[in-house]
Design a protein around this ligand. Structure first.
Ligand code: ATP
Ligand code: MG
Length: 391
């Protein structure tokens, strides 16, 4: 894509009404736009990141048998009265219509499966916008009042079958966070089962100062405990912990027969598995940034290459890279070198490729990875191979 075609622009100053790093950088770099507290538009670059994360999630959930559907956001009051959750105050309501906006979907998926399914197990998920009246929407896209979630629901005939699948989901989640670049910062965390379950749940917590949760990571085995249930001894016997601030990027539960029973589906046990797509995007920005801007991990970056022309014409190189199917953002704008370089660091694509008069004299381009300081010259004729090896 030519940068001159992008309708968005970068902004030099931090927006005054945003305290969080993720919102500041994403707004300045032109990935998102704020409409109100916890309400954001996703602009072309931001939407590309969202789609990349969604596709990672889809691939990994499909691999464990998930079938994708899309449920409505407008949800009838009567479904919520079955479980007594109409009164939940985070749920936005359109009282005149007896409708509420979807903040989770157990009350919809359970009767849906009851209507259609006669053989079990089944694993059904959606990726959808959720609505929650969050009292503390101050963390940028980490806590939206409108946000994108992947929610998977599983249905089983035995506890054992549920447990086997639950473990598969755990593995799939780890793969998802790994592909999003968050593997080293994300910890499986034992947490409470929530308001509607007696046992524990598992959270996936990404360590960052921006996090609103406190977790205790076992120094021996790496298992972590949410502060809410922490009792100073790990399952492995160790009592040595590191306390960290973290953000919950996923949460998986065994629901048992709580919802199946409520909807009169006999002898069926359920699991539910949430993962915040937009929150993962925010967490990535919180973890990977420096004073110049964002540093996108490869698989989620909107483009792999940022091609800059500084007093030279890089359109030929752009065409070649396009033909090779390499995702490249080409800064063809009439701007100063300084502005182009600053925007490039702010946007944060993995690899910067510069063509200037000086490099052209040597038939070269200058290469720099966003997460390194080192620059190197590469012959233009070797560029495609270099990039392919790099990706
Ligand atoms: P939190 O404790 O942070 O409010 P939650 O426990 O209420 O989150 P869940 O109901 O478990 O959230 O939702 C599943 C996942 O959806 C979470 O693990 C998180 O990744 C994401 N999520 C939840 N609330 C928000 C939100 N307001 N904005 C963005 N993502 C969210
Ligand atoms: Mg949760």
């Amino acid at each position: 894509m030519k940068q001159s075609d992008l309708f968005t622009k970068t902004i030099k100053e931090n927006p005054r009404d945003e305290k969080s790093i993720n919102a500041q950088l994403l707004i300045r770099a032109g990935f998102i736009d704020k409409l109100g507290a916890g309400i954001y538009s996703y602009l072309p670059l931001g939407l590309m990141v969202i789609e990349n994360i969604k596709n990672i999630v889809r691939e990994e959930i499909n691999k464990i048998g998930g079938q994708e559907i899309l449920m409505p956001s407008l949800l009838p009051k009567e479904n919520w009265e079955v479980t007594g959750r109409w009164k939940i105050k985070e749920m936005y309501k359109i009282k005149d219509e007896n409708l509420g906006l979807g903040w989770t979907h157990e009350e919809i998926i359970t009767p849906l499966v009851k209507k259609h399914v006669s053989t079990f197990p089944k694993y059904i998920y959606q990726i959808q916008t959720k609505f929650r009246n969050e009292p503390r929407a101050k963390s940028g896209i980490l806590r939206g009042r409108e946000f994108i979630m992947k929610d998977l629901y599983s249905f089983h005939e035995s506890e054992e079958d549920l447990s086997v699948y639950y473990e598969k989901v755990k593995e799939a989640y780890f793969k998802i966070y790994e592909r999003c670049g968050l593997k080293n910062n994300t910890f499986l965390t034992i947490a409470s089962g929530g308001q509607f379950s007696s046992s524990f749940s598992h959270e996936f917590q990404t360590v960052t100062e921006a996090g609103e949760d406190h977790i205790y990571i076992c120094k021996n085995c790496g298992l972590s405990f949410n502060k809410e249930i922490f009792n100073s001894k790990c399952d492995c016997g160790s009592t040595q912990f590191e306390e960290k601030k973290a953000i919950e990027v996923g949460n998986i539960f065994k629901l048992g027969d709580k919802y199946s029973k409520a909807f009169k589906m006999d002898n069926i046990l359920m699991g539910c598995y949430g993962l915040g797509i937009t929150r993962v995007m925010g967490a990535i920005v919180e973890v990977f940034n420096d004073d110049k801007g964002i540093i996108w991990p490869k698989e989620v970056a909107p483009f792999q290459i940022h091609l800059l022309e500084l007093d030279a014409d890089a359109s030929g190189i752009y065409d070649i890279l396009q033909k090779e199917g390499i995702k490249v953002l080409y800064d063809d704008r009439e701007k100063s070198s300084g502005e182009k370089l600053n925007d490039c660091d702010l946007i944060g694509l993995p690899l910067r490729v510069i063509l200037s008069k000086k490099t052209l004299e040597k038939d070269c381009v200058e290469i720099k990875r966003r997460n390194e300081d080192k620059v190197e010259l590469i012959e233009i004729k070797r560029l495609v191979k270099f990039i392919k090896d790099e990706l």
